[in-house]
Structures are given as structure tokens and as C-alpha cells.
Design a protein around this ligand. Structure first.
Ligand code: SF4
Length: 577
């Protein structure tokens, strides 16, 4: 395999052989390893010493089911620690089929006002001037790039919010219909990308399959993984994710008293039904021209959890997911589905992470900037972010910054990253994940919601602390491996309950890499990735005091269960022993 190294300081592009050490790596394993090896841990995330690594997973570009994830790694402008965020998109599939396992972007152009575009095709790779796209919104940009380079190209790009170098921004990838709606959203990876002077990367469409060393073994593994995904109630065709999207969780978490509401002041939201997956499915059924359940973020996903929501005017809004419905909805006290969908599309258009934006607005609401439930006011804030006004820059920098500016004590963040859509005082295992993951508060880093709420992969009482450190650690390690394969994290639902599915995933990886891993090896690989990331953070200056919940969660009981965060710090620290 080869990788592409782009030096933005001298505007050079090199294709290099992948060193032996990295040959079997993909996705998060590769991004975190390169960042740990090549980036000084104490460097400024927006400076020339930081790097951005974009890597498809081990299985990306093959016919393994739901394997089209692409990882973006960097030192995070939001947390100051290592970061990996991933999205499902054809971009990584094309890159891998072309024979590239990563793009490494380093340096910075002398002229900070200049913009560049990296164009990757089978014939050549070139950096070209892209000043004409500066501060352009992403729906317009994607249309222009598709018109110029071809409608099937893969695109990675950053919006105006990222060009303002705001820490709440992501990298957008185009979906199958060429909408910039698939986000590596968290941790300010968009600002790191934009700090390199890059506006976009375009990859030529490539059909066929990425290189496989053992086709027979690959078929065995692929079929086992596919069978598990098609059998499990959560991932199968017409299963929970396919029917209602991730938003199936709105009512479930609300009933569990764990849907953070009005800036984490309650665990239930009276407007939950209005913003639920069931409500979106009803709207999509009424207007199938503009709406669709079961949308797939990349070709080859067999789960199809995504939603295209049709608003009352018949306008389509793509990838309206549970986290967004919660962040901009319940967490801001907004129960207007059309307004949330509009904000989702606007966030995608300007390059903002919807979770960090929702957390930031909720903290601003608590700080008195606007009342809870004020959808119009929240929509207006997005225009401030796009323009880069002083208020917009504060909002776009995430909930930690907003809390400091507005004097709000209740800031739901760990390592300065806003919490996602599960109340950690009520669901202790996900709390351990938020607090200890090197990524900053992140549900996908170790999704213990599966056994704690959904009864998948075992059954754990969400309210108790017992066994939760081990549970979270096991989920975090396994997730590190899954994030390295290119498989969607939602494949975990099936492979947790159906062991042959996990075996199949590992066998398919062996077929591509020539390795001889067992599922036990996969866990160890994941654990080592986690330790590499943790060590990077320690080298960057983090201490065990960064593995702590926000103080208010220890002091304020959250209704309706009236629970606080009551796990001892020493128990949290035991995760690294
Ligand atoms: S399950 Fe959903 S998020 Fe995962 S790859 Fe498929 S469409 Fe994308």
C-alpha cells in the first residue's frame, strides 16, 4: 500500500510506500498511530506542527458490509488531546480502491488567506489554488465540485465555520447523492483541516474492490458478518435502525429518564414524542418524494440507519440523527422538528458539529442569551457563526467557551468536549466512557448504552456503578478495533450478540492484511490503540484530573431519578491499570 503526504508549507505532494510498522493498520489505528508518532504532543493544534491524517478502514473499499467509514485524526483544537472522528462515505472506499491507506496533511501555507484543493485521480495527484471557494457554504461547494470533477467523486471539505478556525467544527464528506451531510464531526477536526489552508479534497470515483490477499477467507468472513447483521433485531432489514433511524432512541431514553433536557437539568423532555424517530417515519411515509427512512451513508451499508426528513414545506433534510435531534432539540428545549431539521441542514452547510453546537446553545440559553425553546433565536445564531461575528465565534467554539464567557457553571463537558445524548448520572457506564476516553466526552468511544439500556450484548442495570469501569473499558477497546476496520460502530449491536459476526469481521480483516488475528487479538489491538491515545494525552499535559466529570454532576441530582455522579475517582483511574 501507499500513502499520500501533502506538505502545505512548500505545497508538495509525495506518494510514499507505507512503512512496515503501519502496513496492517487502517482507520483509527492508523490515524492515532501516525499522530502519536509524528506530532509533538504539546504543539498548538492550529499550528504548523500539527498534522491531519485521513484514513479509510482496513475493510473500506471491499464488499464487506457497512465498511465504508473514513477516519480523520489530529491533535484536537477542542480538547488539546488526540482525536479521531469518523464518517461513512464513498470517499474512503475510492481512496482504498486506488491503493492508498492514508492522506497525511502537514505544514501550513505562508499566505494564510490562500485556499487549496487536493485533487486525487488515478493519473495524478495535484494541489490547486481554490481561492474561489473561500468561505463558501458546503451545499454550493459540493455542487460546484461535482460539476467540475464529476458527479460521482468523493469529496472531503470544510465550511466557513471551520475556516474561522472554530473548535466546534467537523470535516464533511459527500453522501451518495452528493450532499455534504456525512460528518467526521467532533473535536474540531474541521478547524485543524482548515488551518492547513485546505478547503477540499476530491477523489475520483473508483469501482471494483480494494486489494484482498485471500479471497476465499474474505468471502467466509464477509458472509458471517453479513449474516449476523441481517439476523439481529437492531441491524436487520426492517429492524429498529432501518425503520426509525437512530432517532428510535428518543422515546427510549426519555422513558429511561436519561434524555438530557434543557442543558442537563432534567432527564425527561415533555416534547420527546414530537422529535422522535416515530414522528420522522410518519412524516417520511406521508411524503415519500422528499423523505426517506433507511438511507445509507455509503454504498454497501446493509443497515441503513439514516433519515431524510421532509419538512412541512416539502424540503428534504438529510441525516437528521438522534444526537442532533437531542442536542438541538431536547437539550435546548426545542420540540419543533422542522426547526431542528433546518438547523441540522444549516450546521452541515457551514461545517458545524451538531452536538457541540446544541451543547453550546443550551449553555448560552442557561446564561441568558436567549430563552430555552427559542428556535428562531438558535437559527439566527448559526448565521452569526457563518459570518464569524464575535458572538458567532463564541458559539462555534463549543460549550466550554460559552460557559466561560457567560459565567455558566453547568457545562456538560469532559476535556472541553460537550457531552452527547445520554445522561451519565443515570447511565453510569456511558458516564465512565465520557469521562475516561482520550477523545473527550464521546458516546461512540464505548457505547455501553447497548447493554445498559437496550439489552444488547448482555444486561446491566444502568443506575449502578458495579462493573461499569470494566464494561466501558471492554467497549472502548473493542470500539478502537471496529473503528480501525472501517465498519460502522452500529455493527457492534449484531456482533455483540452473535459471536460469529465478530469472527467474520476479524477473518475479513485477516484476508485483507495477511494477519492471523483471533477475536482476542482484536481486543488486544484495540486496547493498545487506546493506550497509545491515552499516552499522547499524558504527553500533551493531561493528568488524571482531566478524567473527571463536571462538578455539577456530583452536586446536582437530576430528575426524575434524582441521581448524582457518585463513582469514586480512584475507580475511574483504575481503567488505566
Ligand atoms: S448504519 Fe447508518 S451510520 Fe452506519 S454505515 Fe450504515 S447508514 Fe452509515
Amino acid at each position: 500500500m501507499k500513502w499520500i503526504r501533502v506538505n502545505m508549507s512548500d505545497l508538495s505532494v509525495k506518494v510514499e510506500d507505507v512503512p512496515k510498522k503501519y502496513e496492517q493498520m487502517g482507520g483509527r489505528w492508523l490515524t492515532s498511530s501516525i499522530i502519536a508518532d509524528e506530532v509533538p504532543a504539546t504543539c498548538h493544534p492550529l499550528g504548523p506542527l500539527n498534522k491531519v491524517v485521513i484514513a479509510p478502514g482496513i475493510l473500506s473499499g471491499t464488499t464487506a458490509p457497512s465498511s465504508g467509514r473514513i477516519s480523520v485524526g489530529t491533535k484536537s483544537p477542542l480538547t488539546g488531546g488526540i482525536k479521531e472522528a469518523n464518517a461513512g462515505a464513498k470517499f474512503g472506499q475510492y481512496l482504498k480502491r486506488m491503493g492508498y491507506s492514508a492522506i497525511i496533511i502537514e505544514g501550513q501555507p505562508k499566505n494564510k488567506q490562500s485556499r487549496y484543493l487536493l485533487n486525487i485521480s488515478k493519473e495524478k495527484i495535484e494541489l490547486v489554488g481554490a481561492d474561489e471557494y473561500k468561505f463558501m457554504r458546503l451545499y454550493e461547494l459540493n455542487e460546484k465540485l461535482a460539476a467540475k470533477y464529476g458527479k460521482d467523486v468523493g469529496i472531503a471539505c470544510v465550511g466557513p465555520a471551520a475556516e474561522h478556525l472554530l473548535a466546534g467544527t467537523g470535516v464533511a464528506f459527500n453522501d451518495v447523492e452528493n450532499r455534504p451531510a456525512r460528518y467526521a464531526g467532533r473535536g474540531g477536526v474541521g478547524a485543524a483541516f482548515a488551518s492547513k489552508g485546505l478547503k477540499a479534497i476530491v477523489v475520483e470515483a473508483v469501482t471494483g474492490q480494494a486489494a484482498i490477499l485471500n479471497n476465499e477467507l474474505f468471502e467466509i468472513g464477509r458472509k458471517k458478518l453479513l449474516a449476523a447483521l441481517q439476523e439481529h433485531a437492531v441491524t436487520k432489514p426492517k429492524g429498529a435502525l432501518n425503520t426509525y433511524g437512530t432517532a428510535v432512541l428518543v422515546n427510549i431514553l426519555n422513558e429511561a429518564g436519561a434524555l438530557p433536557t434543557r442543558n442537563f437539568s432534567s432527564g425527561t423532555f415533555e416534547g420527546a414524542k414530537k422529535i422522535s424517530g416515530e414522528a420522522m417515519a410518519e412524516a417520511a411515509a406521508k411524503n415519500p418524494q422528499a423523505g426517506m427512512m433507511g438511507h445509507r451513508c455509503h454504498p454497501g451499508c446493509v443497515i441503513g440507519c439514516s433519515v431524510v426528513y421532509p419538512d412541512a414545506q416539502g424540503k428534504s433534510h438529510t441525516s437528521v440523527e438522534y444526537e442532533t435531534l437531542w442536542a438541538i432539540g431536547a437539550n435546548c428545549g426545542i420540540d419543533d422538528l422542522d426547526a431542528i431539521a433546518q438547523m441540522n441542514t444549516l450546521c452541515n452547510d457551514i461545517g458545524l458539529d451538531t452536538i457541540e453546537f446544541g451543547d453550546a446553545v443550551a449553555v448560552a440559553m442557561e446564561g441568558g442569551l436567549l430563552p430555552f425553546g427559542d428556535a428562531k433565536g438558535a437559527i439566527a445564531l448559526l448565521e452569526e457563526v457563518r459570518k464569524g461575528s464575535p458572538l458567532g465565534k463564541i458559539i462555534g467554539s463549543g460549550c466550554g467557551t460559552v460557559g466561560r464567557v457567560f459565567g455558566v457553571r453547568r457545562v456538560p463537558a469532559v476535556k472541553n468536549q460537550g457531552m452527547p445524548a445520554y445522561e451519565p448520572r443515570v447511565i453510569k457506564g456511558i458516564g465512565v466512557t465520557y469521562i475516561t476516553t482520550p477523545m473527550g466526552a464521546d458516546h461512540t468511544a464505548g457505547y455501553s448504552i447497548a447493554p445498559e439500556i437496550l439489552g444488547v450484548g448482555g444486561k446491566f442495570d444502568p443506575h449502578t456503578n458495579e462493573g461499569k469501569v470494566k464494561l466501558s473499558k471492554d467497549f472502548q477497546a473493542t470500539t478502537c478495533f471496529i473503528d480501525s476496520t472501517g465498519c460502522c460502530v452500529f455493527t457492534a449491536f449484531a456482533i455483540l450478540d452473535i459471536p460469529s459476526g465478530f469472527e467474520g469481521m476479524v477473518e475479513a480483516c485477516n484476508a485483507v492484511t495477511g494477519a492471523n488475528w483471533t477475536t482476542g487479538d482484536a481486543y488486544e489491538i484495540g486496547l493498545n490503540i487506546l493506550k497509545t491515545e491515552h499516552q499522547f494525552n499524558l504527553s500533551a499535559g493531561f493528568t488524571q484530573n482531566d478524567d473527571r466529570p463536571p462538578e455539577f454532576m456530583r452536586l446536582e441530582p437530576v430528575p426524575p431519578h434524582n441521581m448524582i455522579w457518585d463513582m469514586a475517582d480512584s475507580e475511574l483511574d483504575s481503567i488505566w491499570k
